[in-house]
Design a protein around this ligand. Structure first.
Ligand code: ATP
Length: 568
């Protein structure tokens, strides 16, 4: 409470001297005893002047009192929480305390009363009054509700005001107590349903320093199209965040639980691919992406400058992995970048993607490899939803899609059988022509009806639609020992038995208009004797986007590259 003495001394402190103001009044009085023409003031005039002067005096007195009270208040307002909040110094690895950091994923009501220390991002912040802030704190997949409330000698109002000013996505270190929640927490984004954190200390590890506000908030970016559409008729319509906005701000977009899940599933595909092949005695190789010649197939290649000449970015590891077979590696695979200079602006093409490739020497028949591929994918598709069940559920919340159906034995049909199925369905298709995108989709749908499978291996493609290194069928020269695998009616894998005979390879090259002198190292690999072999190339992002029903391959690529996008 401010006493009158306080106010007086504060007024003095503020430099408002009463003596000075009285002198001023005397001065004014003397000057104003006379009119401008020098005649004395009338009594009426004197009264008016006196009244005005009194008003001035009272005004000055009130101002002095207000200033004094403010200062006294500020003096009394010591911030007893100053140590418990604020920005941490820049982490330059000054110390290593060994302190235990808790994980939001492990928070629950049975830990009621436990002190916790953890790092998180602020996902949302709400301050219903000057005395309280509610935060949703996120750590990768998990969100917990947290509250900071003003409390005598524990949480100052300055602390609460500061916490309320922190914007979403700020990275913070939090100290607090877990408190069991009497009723389940309803918010869809909060994953810890039966406990919240009562914050006692809050420090900023990394602040938001963007020029303007963030383009969108992470909790907005996880809404499904259906949720956004349904909200349009309510008083709180949600904003649609387009794919381009997301990709332009990909780091922010990648923080959504959906994207965290998508990329863990993508990692899962590679992990299971490796796991299966490790057990089947394959080894992982790393082939060069810079090549001296633009050969292999019709797909366009990117030319890059290479010292005084040019080089080309590999459009697949095809040639190198076959040469490794000739070098007696037997069973090899690679997961690496593949470049295609094709101006294809479709939902399933990019100019750089991740090629998942394998090549294998076989004993007698390329079906040894085809069967291994079918078993490999059956393993991946069955294990993936089991090992990443939570991730699948999270992705489905934003991108609802029927479960991916695959029987234990992946159906295998011939190209001709697929053509017959299409024709029986009324689709017109010429002989020895590849399927169009639409026809491929239809094949997928017909296979689903007949075999209850979203996945199919199609064998024996027309030779004319396959690259020169594809082995022709021994019985029918118009057909080849080659195959494609389709997921939900779209190609994810292309493979074949390769020509391992140098003479036949030269003949096939000539037919394709390729000069043997353009590929001397490749040809020499077969001239020195090579085991019969077959293999396949798979697009990692295709597998992921089709399995999860993401609608666009870019959603399954960390930083997608297409004819219109090289950034970020
Ligand atoms: P498509 O006919 O679909 O363009 P392709 O016949 O050119 O594919 P291949 O050269 O056989 O494909 O490549 C093997 C696999 O690599 C394909 O089955 C697909 O999964 C993937 N793939 C091919 N091109 C692209 C691309 N531009 N973007 C993403 N993935 C691709």
């Amino acid at each position: 409470m401010t006493t009158p003495q306080d106010a007086a001394s504060a007024a003095e402190g503020a430099g408002i001297s009463q003596a000075a103001s009285t002198n001023e009044q005397v001065e004014i009085k003397q000057v104003e005893e006379l009119n401008e023409d020098g005649t004395p003031l009338s009594d009426n005039q004197k009264k008016k002047r006196a009244k005005a002067l009194e008003k001035e005096r009272k005004k000055a007195e009130t101002a002095a009192k207000v200033a004094a009270e403010k200062e006294a208040r500020e003096k009394a307002d010591v911030d007893f929480s100053a140590q418990n909040y604020g920005a941490l110094p820049l982490n330059q690895s000054q110390e290593r305390t060994g302190r235990a950091y808790a994980s939001i994923a492990q928070f629950n009501g049975s830990r009621d009363g436990e002190a916790v220390f953890f790092t998180a991002r602020i996902q949302t912040s709400r301050s219903p009054s000057a005395k309280m802030v509610f935060l949703t704190l996120r750590n990768r997949f998990d969100c917990v509700q947290a509250v900071l409330a003003q409390a005598p000698e524990r949480v100052s109002k300055q602390f609460v005001k500061w916490a309320a000013s922190l914007v979403p996505e700020t990275l913070v270190a939090v100290e607090g107590t877990l408190v069991k929640s009497p009723v389940p927490i309803e918010s869809a984004t909060v994953t810890v349903k039966d406990a919240e954190v009562r914050i006692s200390k809050l420090h900023v590890i990394s602040a938001i320093t963007t020029d303007g506000p963030l383009p969108f908030y992470v909790d907005e970016a996880v809404r499904s199209d259906a949720e956004v559409a349904a909200s349009q008729s309510t008083d709180r319509p949600m904003a649609t965040i387009g794919l381009d906005t997301r990709l332009d701000n990909r780091v922010l977009d990648l923080r959504t639980v959906t994207n965290q899940a998508i990329f863990r599933i993508q990692h899962g595909v590679c992990r299971l691919f490796r796991e299966y092949l490790e057990d089947a005695d394959f080894i992982e190789l790393h082939t060069p992406k810079l090549q001296g010649a633009a050969t292999e197939s019709g797909a366009s290649v990117f030319k890059v400058s290479y010292f005084k000449g040019d080089a080309f970015l590999a459009q697949s590891p095809q040639l190198a992995k076959q040469m490794a077979i000739s070098a007696d590696f037997g069973r090899v695979y690679e997961i690496g970048p593949v470049f295609r200079a094709e101006d294809s602006n479709t939902p399933r093409h990019m100019t750089e993607f991740t090629g998942v490739d394998l090549e294998m020497a076989f004993d007698e028949h390329y079906h040894e490899v085809l069967d291994l591929l079918r078993k490999l994918f059956s393993f991946i598709f069955q294990q993936l939803p089991k090992r990443y069940a939570r991730e699948f559920a999270l992705v489905k919340r934003q991108y609802p899609v029927p479960d991916f159906e695959v029987p234990d034995e992946v159906p295998r049909i011939t190209f001709q059988e697929a053509v017959d199925m299409l024709r029986a369905d009324g689709v017109e298709i010429a002989d020895n022509e590849d399927f169009s995108t639409e026809q491929e989709r239809r094949v997928g749908a017909l296979v689903k009806e007949k075999y209850h499978s979203d996945f199919v291996a199609i064998d024996k493609y027309p030779l004319a639609v396959r690259p020169f290194y594809t082995m022709p069928d021994p019985q029918n020269p118009a057909v080849s020992n080659s195959y494609d695998f389709l997921m939900r009616g779209q190609e994810i894998l292309s493979g074949a038995q390769r020509v391992h005979d140098a003479g036949l390879l030269e003949k096939r090259m000539a037919e394709a208009g390729i000069k043997p002198s353009d590929m001397p190292s490749y040809l020499n690999a077969f001239r020195s004797g090579c085991p019969p072999h077959a293999g396949a190339g798979i697009g990692l992002e295709r597998v992921v986007f089709l399995m999860l029903g993401l609608g666009n391959i870019r959603r399954a690529s960390l930083f997608p590259r297409d004819p219109k996008r090289l950034e970020p």
